[in-house]
Design a protein around this ligand. Structure first.
Ligand SMILES: Nc1ncnc2c1ncn2[C@@H]1O[C@H](COP(=O)(O)OP(=O)(O)O)[C@@H](O)[C@H]1O
Ligand SMILES: N[C@@H](CC(=O)OP(=O)(O)O)C(=O)O
Length: 442
């Protein structure tokens, strides 16, 4: 059995629905279909999920929301009409409208996937299986045994199902929304629960490319990737696969493919376990990154020997609910790298508390930092990659603020100014294809 997840771009309008149907009908093993909410297309500039978030915002601020709700409804009615489906989607829309003033955020935002799945189930002639009946959460963790039991029972009666992605249910039956891009996670969990022989993730690119196609034109495709490499690339920001979606498929060693709904014939990227990937001569597998980090660097003589000070520092971040992405360190100093939107307006509070409670020698803040990661399997076996990268970035007059190689032995992370972000990715990509940058000793 295969689980096939279709992203928002694959279900954005009636024309995309037709492509999905052709894909499903070309392989009878595709029995579990997971869909995101209708996303962006040439005609539709906004994702339904973003429209729903705006709707919720208007409701919360007691603004007039009728027009916003009407626009959302129109997208679903249009798909239904163009595909000449019989489903009375107006009934579902009415029920949602009735709940608008007293529903949770998670319920409302998940309705994009719910309605898209209803239409897709009708169109494919599959059973609509509401995710709230099968994906059961304990806090933020899926309850695998309970969820597996639920889905196994349903599949006996309905062997072909469409499941809305992006949500499940809490123990009390209320809707549990996953992070943005969460339909990838739903598909991955379902593949795990049914021991799928393949998890297919259908999107609008023919696999994972070595660098973001919006930055590098004609970026090369990565044919085979390991779960670890995918995890790192996803964590660093390639939008195409949610980083939390790696764990469920990796746990059961389920091969995963990233494929293009618009060009199924182009093949895609296959994700496998490390032992199943032959090392090729490419030093760098892929490049990814994100802008807008804030780096807080603290110095105190022999800080690494003062565990209690480190504990205090971490508890300040914890108290202010600011996540830390990386902590590169030296003898007398540590840097805390956080996403700027996570820090929000708490920067002064963090600095005040650090100064008051930790008796530091200095605290320095650098904003508008972008991180770029070059991901490569078994980095330690590769010849001095970090040094090479620094050399050619220097040649390009890109000022590298810092560089660190993670203990995970899989990526080199480089910090540059936001304004140098695209240039850095393009330059590393260009160099990584150069023959002088290839060939690794066995
Ligand atoms: N390295 C990369 N390889 C492929 N796609 C990438 C990469 N980095 C960023 N992307 C972007 O990710 C997009 C696909 O993700 P997303 O918009 O979430 O798709 P979907 O709607 O199918 O879920 C692509 O259109 C592409 O612009
Ligand atoms: N619709 C949700 C969940 C999702 O996975 O979407 P997509 O597959 O289009 O990235 C979002 O926009 O975050």
């Amino acid at each position: 059995m295969k689980v096939a997840k279709f992203g928002g771009s694959s279900v954005a309008d009636a024309a995309q629905f037709k492509k999905v149907k052709a894909i499903i009908e070309s392989d009878t093993a595709r029995k579990i279909v997971v869909v995101s909410a209708a996303g962006k297309s040439k005609q539709e500039p906004v994702k339904i999920t973003d429209m729903l978030i705006k709707l919720k915002d208007k409701i919360n601020h007691e603004q007039n929301y009728q027009q916003q709700f009407a626009e959302i409804s129109e997208r679903f009615i249009e798909i239904r009409n163009e595909l000449q489906l019989k489903i009375v989607i107006e009934n579902d829309l009415q029920e949602i409208e009735n709940n608008l003033n007293n529903c949770s955020y998670d319920y409302l935002i998940s309705r994009g996937e719910y309605l898209t799945a209803k239409l897709m189930a009708e169109y494919l002639g599959y059973y609509f299986l509401d995710a709230k009946n099968i994906l059961i959460f304990n806090g933020n963790e899926i309850n695998y045994s309970e969820s597996a039991q639920q889905i196994q029972e349903i599949l006996v009666q309905y062997p072909r199902v469409v499941v809305p992605g992006f949500y499940g249910a809490n123990g009390d039956g209320s809707i549990h929304l996953m992070p943005r891009g969460g339909s990838d996670i739903s598909g991955s969990i379902l593949a795990n629960l049914v021991d799928a022989k393949l998890y297919e993730n259908w999107t609008d690119v023919s696999g994972i490319l070595m660098a973001d196609p919006r930055i590098v034109d004609h970026s090369k495709k990565i044919d085979v990737l390991t779960y670890d490499e995918l995890q790192e690339l996803s964590y660093m920001g390639i939008g195409v696969f949610q980083d939390e979606a790696v764990r469920p498929v990796r746990q059961k060693q389920i091969p995963t493919k990233i494929l293009n709904t618009n060009h199924p014939e182009e093949g895609g990227t296959l994700v496998v376990d490390t032992d199943d990937k032959k090392l090729d001569d490419r030093v760098i597998t892929g490049i990814a990154g994100k802008k807008n980090y804030t780096v807080i660097t603290i110095k105190k003589y022999q800080l690494n020997k003062h565990i209690e000070t480190l504990q205090k520092i971490l508890s300040i971040f914890q108290k202010l609910k600011v996540s830390i992405n990386y902590i590169p360190s030296g003898n007398d100093g540590f840097s805390f790298l956080c996403q700027s939107h996570d820090i929000g307006n708490k920067l002064n509070d963090i600095i005040d508390e650090l100064k008051q409670t930790c008796h530091l020698d200095s605290v320095e803040v650098n904003r508008n930092i972008a991180l770029v990661a070059a991901v490569s399997l078994q980095l330690s076996k590769r010849p001095a990659i970090a040094g090479k990268i620094l050399n050619f970035l220097d040649d390009s007059l890109i000022h590298v603020r810092f560089v660190f190689q993670e203990g995970s032995d899989i990526k080199v992370v480089i910090g540059v100014s936001n304004s140098d972000y695209e240039k850095t990715i393009a330059r590393i990509y260009q160099e990584s294809l150069d023959s002088r940058f290839k060939k690794i000793p066995a």
